[in-house]
Design a protein around this ligand. Structure first.
Ligand SMILES: [Zn+2]
Length: 271
């Protein structure tokens, strides 16, 4: 009996290794309210970081755990996201080109690997799909990372929990199509954004849709760290993901989703 149990255990751990989740995601705080991320493929110990603006703690963790950093994923060129790339490479003691610096903007600090929309890269056995999401910046990229069990999207300053980024280098039409691209992902996709802005975003959302019960429930359950969200949840309460809803259109007085997006942003800027 004992032997049989042991065999079953061994078999199930083998199945786990072969088929089940190997993606591990950890967040680190940077600057005032930025999030940096460490994504590890547990199976190969290869890892990537997202927007390492203040890389010291990330590097310490990677070295302490003996992980192999292969990739720096950069969402966009703003200093609080891309400004630590060279420091990260320096602290890792990496030779030139040894660690890929990925992004969608030629001006990105340390860039070695400019990507196109839907381009795929690997972190160990994790697959990363680069989603171009222009508007906050023209070369903004979101990264969809998946193992065989779950997927997560790193949204930088395009999609926040309950909100979206400012339109610094793009139009309302671009933000609408960028957010709709994210809206089309599996609703279970975990959302890891670039800043902790959730509380204020939801306060604004409550002025847009005061009767939204999902929004009320979300506000009631908020903790100090609000990541991750999911695409499915954002579709329920994030007004910028809901520009096709009558309630949001009524608030802005715009029935066209793109005009609704533009008006929402204007009002949020003044909020
Ligand atoms: Zn930014």
């Amino acid at each position: 009996m004992f032997v049989r149990q042991q065999l079953v255990l061994k078999f199930s751990s083998l199945v786990n290794k072969l088929y089940y989740r190997t993606m591990k995601i950890r967040h680190f705080n940077a600057l005032k309210d930025n999030y940096m991320y460490l994504i590890t493929d547990d199976k190969t110990t290869e890892c990537a970081v997202v927007d390492p603006a203040e890389p010291k703690e990330l590097v310490e963790t990677i070295k302490k755990e003996g992980l192999k950093l292969t990739t720096i994923l950069t969402t966009h060129h703003h200093y609080d996201h891309a400004g630590g790339n060279n420091k990260m490479l320096e602290l890792m003691g990496a030779e030139k080109g040894q660690i890929k610096v990925v992004g969608g903007d030629e001006s990105l600090q340390g860039l070695t690997h400019p990507v196109e929309d839907n381009e795929k890269i690997q972190i160990g056995e994790l697959e990363v799909t680069c989603l171009l999401t222009p508007c906050h910046t023209a070369g903004h990229v979101c990264y969809l990372v998946t193992d065989k069990q779950q997927q997560a999207v790193f949204t930088g300053d395009t999609l926040f929990i309950g909100g979206c980024g400012k339109f610094f280098e793009g139009s309302a039409a671009q933000m609408q199509s960028s957010l709709q691209k994210l809206a089309g992902l599996d609703p279970k996709t975990l959302v890891y954004c670039g800043h902790e802005y959730t509380k204020t975003n939801l306060e604004f959302a409550a002025t847009v849709e005061p009767d939204n019960q999902d929004l009320k429930a979300k506000q009631a359950s908020l903790k100090s760290v609000t990541i991750p969200s999911t695409i499915g949840d954002e579709l329920k309460f994030n007004p910028f993901m809901r520009t096709n809803q009558k309630s949001v259109q009524a608030f802005t007085g715009k029935a066209d989703p793109i005009e609704c997006m533009g008006e929402l942003r204007e009002r949020k800027n003044k909020f």
